[in-house]
Design a protein around this ligand. Sequence first.
Ligand code: PMP
Length: 436
Amino acid sequence: MTSVLPDQFWMPFTANRQFKADPRMLESAEGMYYTDRDGHRILDGTAGLWCCNAGHGRREITEAVSRQIARLDFAPTFQMGHSLPFELAERLSEIGPKGLNRVFFTNSGSESVDTALKIALAYQRAIGQATRTRLIGRELAYHGVGFGGISVGGLVNNRRAFGPLLPGVDHLAHTLDIERNAFSKGLPEFGAEKAEELERLIALHGAENIAALIVEPMSGSAGVILPPKGYLQRLREITTKHGILLIFDEVITGFGRVGEAFAAQRWGVTPDILTCAKGLTNGSIPMGAVFVAQTIHDAFMTGPQSAIEFFHGYTYSGHPVACAAALATQEIYVRENLFQKGIELEGYWQKALGSLAGLPGIIDIRTVGLVAGVQLAPDAAGPGKRGYDVFRHCFENGLLVRPSGDTIALSPPLIIEKEHIDTLFERLAEAIRKTA
Ligand code: PMP
């Protein structure tokens, strides 16, 4: 294959040779649409990569960023400060789950996950539980690409080339069960039963050796896997009973994706630590955050006043330009009531999604809020081929979707209107028919 692009950019999570021979290049974006290099308008069915929840080209964010970069382009936050991260943390603690009112800033979801795991380990030590060094993740989980994240993560392709990873990590089974559950409405029924496996791991290792359990309340990257009924509640009960911290990775579910600010609120379960990124700045400037229960934070604040309490942080933690983007973004979310959109439009979204049933090759459809996963039977040529073909046909037909293996994930900007929903599903149906 001959590359039609300069070869020097090593693209992430991409079949580089295939892409560079036949690229899909975006040039601009506004509202619900991207425009590609040839001037075609592409309906954004994925909010970029699950991040542009307020839609593209938001003038308020552009202006806040350009004002900030002119006033204070960078300022350290190690033993120095500026007002914006203080203001942003205060604002975020108002929309986050109750009690999670201390905020550590990072630059990405992966950094948020590694930060959360480090806080969990250091906290257990700080309260005299130094034997609690084990971490538990789940099969099929995606927690970014740091060594911590891939260790607790459960996607084999993200792990297999990188050696033994972190020691002392175990994984709970995932909760996808198409045989029992295909096309079911609402959350699957078997939640408490799946959560009970945590007791087995605790019995195996001893609770006194386990620091934390990390879960995505809804798995996104593995193809939209919903938490079964009672699952998160039961995980919360078991972790509390055994002194194990519960971390929710809300990098995808945060900022309105499932119809509340966070999935923790939608499903009424409060973790001890919560990670986010993406929608924090509407994807405009890289930034992540970790919400921490005040009790956990306060356990670090006990030594001499002059001592650094937590030896962790990034050059860009609380970066002024990222903070300005985040503050402008949060203002839009509140002013336009976007966190409620996933509830308001859920019925219409589900009905439109239901119109796909009966198309060839679909083996399951899963949805909550403004997210959906349409799972296709793998092509004879191997897993992932059909998903990629549908993605390609959608793009050619003016729709951006996200293939995850053979599942097509949808997560449009929350500014979506009913007409966009109709267009989205018409184009997706066409691509599925064409691929079959
Ligand atoms: N956690 C989850 C649940 C994610 O979905 C992602 C990214 N899709 C990450 C972490 C990693 O985020 P980033 O790519 O910003 O490092």
